[in-house]
Design a protein around this ligand. Sequence first.
Ligand code: GLN
Length: 279
Amino acid sequence: MATITALLREASSEIGSESARIDAELLLGFVLEKNSAWFIAHGDDELHPTVQAKFLELLQRRKAGEPVAHIIGSRGFWTLDLAVTADTLIPRPETELLVELAISKFSPDKKLRILDLGTGTGAIALAMASECKNSAVVAVDKSANALAVAIENARTNHLRVEFIQSDWFAGLQNRKFDLIVSNPPYIPSNDPHLSLGDLRFEPLSALVSGSDGLDDIRLIVSQSQKHCLPHAWLMIEHGFDQGEAVRGLFFEAGFVHVETVRDLEHRDRVTVGQWAEMP
Ligand code: GLN
């Protein structure tokens, strides 16, 4: 029988990706119903052969390319544990930057009206709901299947968000918000990364947006004004090479205090701007 430490070491080298060790721990944690902190104290424990067999089966799926979030059916985001399916984008750490920025612009007890466009698993909307307890959060997605996942995530995390099936602003009449956030699709349709890694398993509708990746961002920025309360902030995640173009769109639409913020890997990632219209 192998010890946990030996098994994790062997599995990590077999997976061989950048996140191999974390992947191996998440898979074993799923089988054992334990988190990674538990492994530190139990490295010398030996695994029961049935448990080991189950783990090796999941490891095979990971080695064949399937995302860990799909194998275990969940992904941690912010302080939340979110269900993930093939109908949703897998929440990513860089999107937490968007949540951080959103929180930094307002005092936590303010009563804000917040909108998350293209919510997917509900990641951003639910993180905002967990941080801004007095605020009313609305989240839209055009995919009914994605919304079902988001609604389930709200339930399991005991958070209240109003979910609406809508193609961007289409189903929102003239409702207005203090904060509009979005992690829309932004990958160019011919980007070779689409045939690599986790992206192969995620919905194209959550990833790809026209030949330059900016079709949806153009639409969101140009239509946001109608849904901004005075001094509202708009915050959009985008590709590392789209900062300048997205700032241009914000300026063109009349936003001020426009700035692009970099992620932990120092890549342009989120552009923010404030609606200038006076009350
Ligand atoms: N950040 C993702 C990636 O490049 C893309 C997600 C998105 O299009 N919103 O892998």
